[in-house]
Ligand binder design. Structure first.
Ligand code: PEP
Ligand code: MG
Length: 588
């Protein structure tokens, strides 16, 4: 038995056999004859695929240069040379022009020729190059076919999925009924995979180093997402202890879910608690866990794993169904639909372009303002859905007031279009801004003039303030929601919002951490929005506290020396909460 420590990425416990996810399999290659006159288009497809493949390789090389030894880089430099080889390129083009083969079949024919030539050589070094040809062809064929195989095809039993890392697209494809938990080599606590796993109540331990090579398929493991550990081949006693912990956690959850009024304090006052929702994940948890409504609807999940963007009708149906569901939750419910928050680690084939620095690039509201038709289609779909339920619009990644001015012009124009078409919508629909870029927090007073509410996205606010990639385990130690700088930005946002008379929410995952989420409330945040499964835990805490306790809690950071670290602040807050709610210490 060995226990490997990692990052506590999504709370919860799971035990079961290992399923090692190793990515995708055979790519089906289409073969057809290109009609005369259409060869030019086919050549263009080929050229685009080659350009994308080159960019892929160049990116990979620059990342590897920083992280690893020269020999790893050399392999890919060699791939780049083969890809750009004039003779091979000319041969492939001639298969398209002269033999009328489609690009995929042309690439296959050229590569088959190269494989045969290398395979015939006596020198083992050159025979090995066949693998390189396979690799390059695979990259090209993926670009051409948009191949995206369901990587979980063989996962047909309940298991702990062990992987290098998972993209959001890979995570959304998982057969939820069979995934007990995730253990990954890389990743971090606020990567989108982690968020999605939390929404699904799947525990995750990330940053486990080389865990994919330390476990074997079918091997028994215990996954502790609350403390960040994976135990391989546990002995009987450890299994028993672990099962006792699982039972205790379950009891706490169940007692909270059945007895606690979400967000109610001991003195009867109330904190509004909403849920974060991903399209494609059942929305029923919102009601089961007592959320007042949906504080964050991550619309971009409608875009993942597909070649074409969702039509207005498809978007409308998704938003409308969610709006109707939320309307039934009660009078004061609402659903905040966030416009397409694409880019960064949320890439979509054929939509997001490759950028050297995607987290600082053309993403979220920037992308929409640069692609007005996509923006107008989405706004139309959201407005149409607003006729069916209490819908609000929220723009992500707002950096400056210009963006909100521009967005308002577009929204007004779409409203006029709907008026012309006699289509109903909520004329007073509220519009909000996410505060997740430091410039927006610092300039919150001006931003407040343009919107009806704020929602602080701490996942990104921490990333951008600390200049620490939220998905990179190497800098996870800098991911500090209670860093004094973040506390200041939250306070500034609350003050600016309240001065304008608009509510301030936190919809970043830090809202669900009892120690941190309660601090936001203590600092004046009106609404917490989190993965629904965490609502009972936070509600348990709130039910044991009064307003005046929260006022006292707000003073804990300031009571420490100004030179305190984020960890010292966190520890002091945790100790304060543990004193106030001793029976809940183990869930803190
Ligand atoms: C955030 O940044 O805190 C947030 C809620 O948005 P996302 O995690 O989807 O970027
Ligand atoms: Mg964000």
């Amino acid at each position: 038995m060995i226990t490997v420590a990692g990052l506590a990425t999504a709370r919860g416990y799971a035990s079961g056999p290992v399923f090692i996810y190793r990515g995708d399999g055979e790519i089906p290659i289409p073969q057809y004859i290109v009609p005369s006159g259409k060869e030019g288009e086919e050549l263009l497809r080929l050229k685009r695929a080659m350009t994308e493949t080159r960019r892929d390789l160049e990116n990979l090389i620059s990342v590897l240069r920083e992280r690893t030894g020269k020999s790893d880089v050399r392999v890919f430099e060699c791939h780049l040379m083969i890809l750009e080889d004039d003779a091979l390129t000319r041969e492939t083009e001639s298969h398209v022009v002269d033999d009328h083969l489609n690009a995929e079949a042309a690439v296959r024919r050229t590569m088959d020729g190269a494989r045969a030539a290398f395979g015939r050589m006596n020198d083992p070094y050159f025979r090995e190059r066949v693998r390189d040809i396979d690799d390059i062809e695979r990259r090209l064929q993926k670009q051409l076919t948009g191949y995206n195989r369901n990587p979980y095809r063989e996962l047909n039993y309940p298991a702990i999925v062990v992987a290098d890392d998972l993209t959001p697209s890979e995570t959304v494809q998982l057969p939820k009924e069979f995934v007990l938990g995730f253990a990954t080599n890389g990743g971090s606590t606020t990567s989108h995979v982690a968020l999605l796993a939390r929404a699904l109540a799947i525990p995750v331990v990330a940053g486990l180093g080389d865990i994919t090579s330390r476990v074997s398929p079918g091997e028994m493991v215990l996954l502790d997402g609350t403390n960040g550990a994976l135990t391989i081949n546990p002995d009987k006693e450890t299994i028993e202890q672990f099962n006792a912990l699982v039972r205790r956690q379950k009891e706490l959850q169940e007692s909270a879910a059945t007895r606690i009024d979400a967000g109610r304090l001991k003195d009867g006052s109330h904190i509004d608690i909403y849920a974060n929702v991903h399209p494609g994940v059942p929305i029923a948890g919102v009601r089961e866990h007592g959320a007042r409504g949906v504080g964050l609807y991550r619309s971009e999940f409608l875009w993942l794993n597909r070649e074409l963007e969702p039509s207005e009708e498809e978007q409308f149906c998704a938003y409308r169904d969610a709006a109707i569901f939320v309307k039934l939750l009660g009078d004061k419910s609402s659903i905040t639909i966030r416009t397409l928050d694409i880019g960064g680690d949320k890439t979509v084939n054929g939509i997001t372009s490759r950028e050297a620095n995607p987290f600082l690039g053309n993403r979220s509201i920037r992308y929409l303002l640069a692609n007005r038709q996509v923006m107008r289609t989405q706004l139309r779909a959201i407005l149409r859905a607003s006729a069916f339920g209490p819908v609000k619009i929220m723009y992500p990644m707002v950096s400056c007031v210009e963006e909100l001015r521009e967005a308002a012009v577009e929204l007004e124009s779409v409203k006029r279009e709907l008026d012309r078409d006699h289509i109903e919508y909520d004329r007073n629909i509220e519009v909000g801004a996410m505060i997740e870029v430091p410039s927006a927090a610092l300039n919150a007073a001006a931003i407040a003039e343009y919107v009806d509410f704020f929602s602080i996205g701490t996942n990104d606010l921490v990333q951008y303030t600390m200049a620490a990639d939220r998905g990179n385990e190497a800098v996870a130690y800098l991911y500090q929601p209670l860093n004094p700088a973040i506390i200041s930005l939250v306070k500034m946002t609350v003050a600016a919002g309240h001065a304008k008379g608009i509510p301030v929410a936190v919809c970043g995952e830090s809202a669900s951490d009892p120690v941190v989420g309660l601090m936001w409330v203590a600092l004046g945040v009106d609404i917490l929005s989190m993965s629904a499964t965490f609502i009972p835990g936070i509600s348990q805490m709130l039910s044991r506290l009064e307003r005046r306790d929260l006022d006292e809690y707000a003073k804990v950071p300031a009571s420490l020396p100004q030179t305190s670290t984020a960890q010292e602040i966190f520890d002091a807050c945790r100790a304060w909460l543990a004193r106030k709610t001793p029976d809940l210490e183990e869930v803190l």
